[in-house]
Write a protein that binds this ligand. Structure first.
Ligand SMILES: NC(=O)c1ccc[n+]([C@@H]2O[C@H](COP(=O)([O-])OP(=O)(O)OC[C@H]3O[C@@H](n4cnc5c(N)ncnc54)[C@H](O)[C@@H]3O)[C@@H](O)[C@H]2O)c1
Length: 356
C-alpha cells in the first residue's frame, strides 16, 4: 500500500469499467491519478456513479491524437502508467475494424512514443487480452509464449499491440532502462459497474432491473470468468515490481486468469447469477453468429511464480459480489455506490474467499 501513496500514475481508460475500479482503488491507496479517456458512452457509467471526476486529475482526450497524448504525459510526468484505453468489444470490432485497429494499435503506439520523452523511471503496464492468442480450441490454458494471432479485428489488433510494445521495449526503452514496459493479458472480467452492450453480466442486470428475461446469446461458449479486482491486483503488482530496483526482469507478457474451476460456460454463469437475483432466461443463440473464440483458458504459472500473484475469489464468490453490486446499487446515491465499491475492494484486499 505504501508504495502507492503519493505515486504519480497515468491511467488511460479511466472512464470505463476496469478503469473506474482501478481509479477508485488507486485513490484509496493515496496515488495521484491522472486520467486520459473519452467521455463515458454508457448511461449509467461507473465513472459517474462513483463521482470520479472529483477524485482525479482527468482529461477527455483521444489516444488516436498523438499530440494530445504527449501533452498529457508531459504534464503528468507519470512514474506508473496503466494503458487500458481501447475499443474493447469483439462485435464492435466487426462493425468498425479500421477504428478498432486505430484505437488499439496506434493508440498504444502513441502512449509508447509519449513515454520516450520521460527523463525519470517509469513502469508501464499495457493491457491487452486473453484473445491475443491464435485460438486452437485447445482444452488446456494458453501460455505467454504461445503464438499470437486473432481471428476477429479486436483480437488481432490487441495481438498487434503486443508486438508494438515488444518492439518499442527493445528498440527504444532497453537502452537506458528509464521506461520499463510489460503487457497484461486477462480473460473475461465481471464485476459491478460494467454497462457495455453485448456483455452477458450487464445484459443480465439491465434485463432483470427492467423485469424482463435475460437474453443469452451464446450459452455454450466457455470463458475464464474472473472478478475485475483479480486482474487489477495483477496489474498493480506487476507495475510495482517493474518500477522497483530489479524491475527490468519483469518486462514481459503476463497472463492473469482464474483457477480452472472458473472456466465455465455462459449458461453456467447466468445460472450462478440467478442464485442472487432470480429471474427468467431467453436463449437466443443464433446459428450464424459471427465467429467468437469458443474455448479459452489461460495458464497463469508465470504470474504465480514470478509475481507471486494468484486469484483470490472463487467463481461463485466473484459472481456473488458482482450481482450484489448491480442489485444493491440501484437504490443508492453516489456516496452509497462509492461506499459499496470501496467495501468490495476492502474485502478483496482482506483476502477471504467465503461467500458472505
Ligand atoms: N472487460 C473485459 O472483460 C476485458 C477482458 C480482456 C481485456 N480487456 C481490456 O481491458 C481494457 C479496459 O476494458 P473495459 O472493459 O474497461 O472497457 P470499457 O469500454 O469499459 O472502457 C474503455 C475505456 O477506453 C476509453 N477509450 C476508448 N476509445 C478511446 C480513444 N479513442 N481514446 C481515448 N480513450 C478511449 C474509453 O473512454 C473508456 O475509458 C481494454 O484494453 C480491454 O481491451 C477487457
Amino acid at each position: 500500500m505504501n508504495f502507492w501513496n503519493g505515486r504519480r500514475v497515468l491511467l488511460t481508460g479511466h472512464t470505463g469499467f476496469k478503469g473506474g475500479w482501478l481509479s477508485l482503488w488507486l485513490n484509496k491507496m493515496g496515488a495521484q491519478v491522472t486520467g486520459l479517456a473519452l467521455q463515458p458512452t454508457t448511461e449509467p457509467s461507473l465513472f459517474d456513479q462513483l463521482g470520479l471526476e472529483h477524485s482525479l486529475n482527468h482529461h477527455y482526450a483521444d489516444v488516436r491524437n498523438a499530440e494530445a497524448v504527449s501533452e498529457i504525459v508531459r504534464d503528468a510526468q507519470p512514474e506508473i502508467v496503466f494503458h487500458l484505453a481501447a475499443q474493447p468489444l469483439v462485435l464492435q470490432g466487426y462493425a468498425e475494424p479500421v477504428e478498432t485497429w486505430n484505437v488499439n494499435v496506434m493508440g498504444t503506439i502513441h502512449v509508447l512514443q509519449a513515454l520516450r520523452a520521460l527523463e525519470h523511471s517509469c513502469a508501464a503496464v499495457m493491457v491487452t487480452t486473453d484473445k491475443v492468442y491464435e485460438n486452437r480450441e485447445w482444452d488446456y490454458g494458453y501460455r505467454e509464449d504461445d503464438p499470437l494471432g486473432g481471428y476477429d479485428p479486436y483480437s488481432s489488433a490487441k495481438a498487434a499491440a503486443e508486438i508494438a510494445v515488444s518492439s518499442w521495449r527493445r528498440a527504444f526503452f532497453s537502452a537506458n532502462g528509464t521506461v520499463r514496459a510489460a503487457t497484461a493479458r486477462a480473460g473475461n472480467v465481471i464485476g459491478g459497474g460494467d454497462w457495455s452492450d453485448n456483455r452477458i453480466v450487464p445484459d443480465f442486470a439491465r434485463a432483470l432491473s427492467a423485469g424482463e428475461p435475460v437474453t443469452v446469446r451464446n450459452r455454450y461458449a466457455t470463458r475464464p470468468w474472473q472478478h475485475v479486482l483479480e486482474p487489477l491486483s495483477g496489474y498493480l503488482r506487476l507495475a510495482q515490481l517493474l518500477f522497483e530496483n530489479d524491475g527490468l526482469q519483469y518486462q514481459d507478457a503476463f497472463n492473469f486468469g482464474p483457477d480452472a474451476e472458473a472456466t465455465r460456460t455462459v449458461g453456467d454463469l447466468v445460472a450462478e447469477c440467478l442464485k442472487h437475483w432470480p429471474g427468467k432466461v431467453y436463449d437466443a443463440s443464433p446459428a450464424d453468429a459471427p465467429h467468437e473464440a469458443g474455448k479459452l483458458a489461460l495458464a497463469v504459472d508465470r504470474a504465480r511464480e514470478r509475481l507471486d500473484w494468484s486469484p483470490r475469489w472463487s467463481f461463485s464468490r466473484g459472481v456473488e459480489e458482482t450481482v450484489v453490486w448491480y442489485r444493491d446499487s440501484r437504490n443508492l446515491d453516489r456516496d452509497g455506490v462509492r461506499e459499496l465499491t470501496l467495501r468490495q475492494i476492502q474485502m478483496f484486499e482482506d483476502g477471504t474467499n467465503e461467500a458472505k
